[in-house]
Write a protein that binds this ligand. Sequence first.
Ligand SMILES: [Zn+2]
Length: 258
Amino acid sequence: MKQSRLALSFVLVLALGCGGSGGDFNLISLEEEWQLGQQLSQDIARQVPLNNDPTVNAYIREMGQRIVSQTNMANLPWNFHVVNDNEINAFAIPGGHVYIHTGLIKAASNASEVAGVMAHEISHVLARHSTEQISRQYGISILAGLVLGQNPGVLQQLAAQIVAGGALARFSRSAEEEADALGLQAMNLAGYNPNGMVTMFRKLLQNRRSSPGAVERFFSTHPLTEDRIQDTQRRIQTLPQRSTITNDAGFSQVKARV
Ligand SMILES: [Zn+2]
């Protein structure tokens, strides 16, 4: 598997006629991924009801930037969007676009719970899980064509899939664990109480029992289990220092506005 992906990656690099990307098995460069994200986000903006409240958007953007600033992609342009949708969901697409539903803000009890989910979504981008998913699903030649703007039909198909499914694709268990671990570290470094990730995950599990429809799309794309919550709790115990921001003044203001 690794062998064949490496071979495919080599073919893509030749096809694009440019240098390889940073990681071992990255199929497109970061620059190309950011270009793809730009195109996809424009399609999504036409299809989902984005929230335009400046107070809400500024709060979510600042929280996102604060977390991103603690990662190895701090120097890239990120975009944080708020979607007017009562489902408890959040998702990220390639190229640093992160979407938070108003339903998630309403369901959260404090800032660190929103930060926990946001850090998890940011980490799917850091680990480049989405471009991996696209190449698995559509094949490497399509991915190359997407970046070059040669497959507008597939691009629209991807955007429609994101809008309908609430995310790009179902992530694997190992991708989820990686996003949890990276996200926990980033939120903690950004000053947020890492327990927010645990309490928000618990809320999602509770909601799955009490009102499954409200979290259906989150669970279908991010397989969340009690095991993952326990792993997160164990990771918190091993952090050298635990940050303490659980809530902030902006959160209740934002919650009242969504
Ligand atoms: Zn996930």
